[in-house]
Design a protein around this ligand. Structure first.
Ligand code: ADP
Ligand code: ADP
Length: 240
């Protein structure tokens, strides 16, 4: 079963003379982990943002579990976010390089906001699940802390919980350890490895090559907005 199906995706930024992503196609099977590599400026971050619905696309389609959730339309270069509705938006989760926690909400408040507000789920049930997720990432004792009281590594683990509580079909990670001190990188990567073991479908942009080699089922290499290589042998890919 295919979780994510990208077909002929074209993405253009306003006032750019050529597309930043040009005719991208790939399938992510359910429960698999794709790692996206490529030089700076090749379009990795943009690709994740279009899949998350943060950027409109100008050509092609994005389908989730066989349902088309995004169809490219020319002329939408300056349209801000894609038109995807909030229900569909919650089905693709994303964690960013910069911890984007709400500074005026506690750890628990950060995690429970979207499920109660957007998904209208029961508050007590959501809090119970939030605490279980915090336990899973080793932060149960920090549930009442404020974001500024946490280390970068702890904030990223909270950001992962905030994405997970929406039960996303696909979870996207954009350089989530790039801004962390080295000693905090491991604790975040360990959480991602555990998620992979649990069968979470993920797309990961990372510069941690040892980690990429360990976690990837598939590696996609982007160059200048196109896929130049795709491999299902991460070991061989990262060894060469
Ligand atoms: P990567 O993640 O591989 O470093 P990006 O997706 O960030 O690549 O960027 C790909 C290209 O798109 C770069 O040339 C970058 O300058 C350009 N770009 C990124 N964001 C924007 C934007 N909001 N507006 C215009 N150009 C952008
Ligand atoms: P890291 O712990 O990965 O180095 P940072 O460099 O972002 O994370 O932060 C270093 C320390 O500064 C953290 O322990 C955090 O508590 C504090 N800090 C970072 N950003 C803020 C902020 N916006 N407000 C208050 N404290 C912050």
């Amino acid at each position: 079963q295919t979780s994510l199906e990208i077909r002929h995706l074209v993405k253009r930024y306003a006032n750019a003379d050529k597309p930043v992503l040009d005719d991208i196609s790939f399938d992510v099977p359910h429960g698999k982990v794709f790692v996206i590599v490529g030089p700076s400026g090749s379009g990795k971050s943009t690709l994740l943002r279009t899949i998350a619905g943060l950027e409109p696309i100008q050509g092609g389609t994005i389908a989730l579990n066989g349902e088309i959730i995004e169809t490219g339309k020319p002329g939408t270069e300056s349209a801000g976010r894609s038109k995807r509705g909030s229900e569909l938006r919650t089905r693709v989760g994303m964690v960013f390089q910069s911890y984007d926690l709400f500074p005026n909400k506690t750890v628990l408040g950060n995690i429970t906001l979207a499920p109660t507000l957007v998904q209208k789920r029961d508050k007590a049930e959501v809090e119970k699940e939030a605490i279980a997720l915090l336990e899973r990432v080793g932060l149960a004792d920090r549930k009442d802390a404020w974001p500024h009281e946490l280390s970068g590594g702890q904030r990223q683990r909270v950001a992962i919980c905030r994405a997970l509580i929406l039960h996303p079909e696909v979870l996207l990670f954009d350089e989530v350890t790039a801004a962390l001190d080295p000693e905090m990188v491991r604790e975040v990567l360990d959480v991602m490895l555990e998620l992979a073991d649990s069968g979470q479908t993920m797309l990961i942009v990372t510069h941690e090559m040892q980690f990429a080699r360990a976690i990837a089922d598939q590696v996609i290499m982007l160059e200048d907005g196109g896929i130049v290589e795709q491999s299902d042998d991460a070991e061989a890919f990262f060894t060469n």
